[in-house]
Design a protein around this ligand. Structure first.
Ligand SMILES: CC(C)(COP(=O)(O)OP(=O)(O)OC[C@H]1O[C@@H](n2cnc3c(N)ncnc32)[C@H](O)[C@@H]1OP(=O)(O)O)[C@@H](O)C(=O)NCCC(=O)NCCS
Length: 243
């Protein structure tokens, strides 16, 4: 048990730049407390002490604001950062080294008994407020953007964002943990499409201006016709401040 707690604490140091001392992590991290309580409630659940398991998880929820059903299966070094408002359903499975931020729900969309909550593979990062709803798999190393609503399976090494969540494409498999799942380059297909459209608008305006000049030179009356100058830099992602 103590070996598990030790590796839970080590995982916090690897994944939270705000962590200062072991004492602080052990005493002030609700996510650590919730995981320790869950080990006990899950053990009771597997021994068929259902009410007691539920009661222990209820006490944990009361103390931490994190609700983990005793039937849920958590892997090793799972880190719930901040924690408040996290809900993990009965048939959810969370792989080793996953990181969940506050407000995450691993929920169901059906009243049927049996598997109805998601399974997260190893090293999945789930952003604050994200909802993963249904009995599908989120592949290893996947990243779920803050406040996304995920309703379908997510392949390995893929980042998804939005409501409902859409993919930003696959990443290299061997990347290290990045706090808050943060990446710098723009690879959201919607943002890329908007930037391409901006470029095209700029090109079209250049062509229109040239045509107007030629018409004018050929003596055609173009009085009152103007081609505006679209400022494409207002959408230049490179020029936007990066955190
Ligand atoms: C919104 C909801 C009621 C829709 O259920 P449904 O009618 O069975 O819808 P489906 O699952 O067939 O999905 C239909 C479409 O809506 C999308 N969708 C489903 N739920 C969505 C949600 N919450 N937000 C945005 N889009 C959603 C699906 O991706 C799907 O899109 P597609 O047609 O492009 O593939 C359900 O998905 C939901 O969110 N229920 C609440 C679950 C919850 O809060 N559980 C917590 C338990 S702890």
């Amino acid at each position: 048990m103590f070996a598990r707690i030790k590796e839970d604490i080590a995982a916090v140091f690897e994944r939270d730049p705000a962590a200062r001392s072991r004492l602080e992590v052990l005493t002030c991290y609700a996510g650590i407390h919730a995981v320790i309580f869950h080990r006990f409630s899950h053990w009771l659940w597997t021994k068929r002490y259902y009410w007691l398991g539920r009661f222990v998880s209820h006490i944990a929820r009361w103390l931490t604001g994190i609700e983990i059903h005793p039937g849920a299966v958590l892997g090793r070094r799972v880190f719930i950062d901040h924690g408040a408002g996290v809900v993990i359903g009965e048939t959810a499975e969370v792989g080793d080294d996953c990181t969940l931020y506050h407000g995450v729900t691993l929920g169901g969309v059906s009243w049927e008994t049996g598997k109805r909550h998601p399974t997260l593979g190893p090293r999945v990062v789930v952003g604050a407020g994200a909802k993963i709803l249904g009995p599908f798999t989120v592949g290893e190393n996947a990243r779920i953007g803050s406040n996304s609503v995920v309703t379908k399976a997510v392949p390995d090494n893929v980042t998804v964002i939005g409501i409902p969540a859409h993919s930003l494409g696959e990443r290299a498999a061997d990347e290290n943990f990045e706090a808050y799942g943060q990446r710098r380059e723009v690879n959201d297909p919607v943002a890329v499409a908007i930037l391409r459209l901006c470029d095209r608008v700029g090109e079209m305006e250049t062509v229109n201006r040239a045509l107007l000049e030629r018409l004018k030179d050929s003596g055609v009356d173009v009085e009152g016709i103007e081609v505006s100058e679209f400022d494409s830099t207002c959408l230049d992602i490179e020029a936007m401040p990066k955190s």
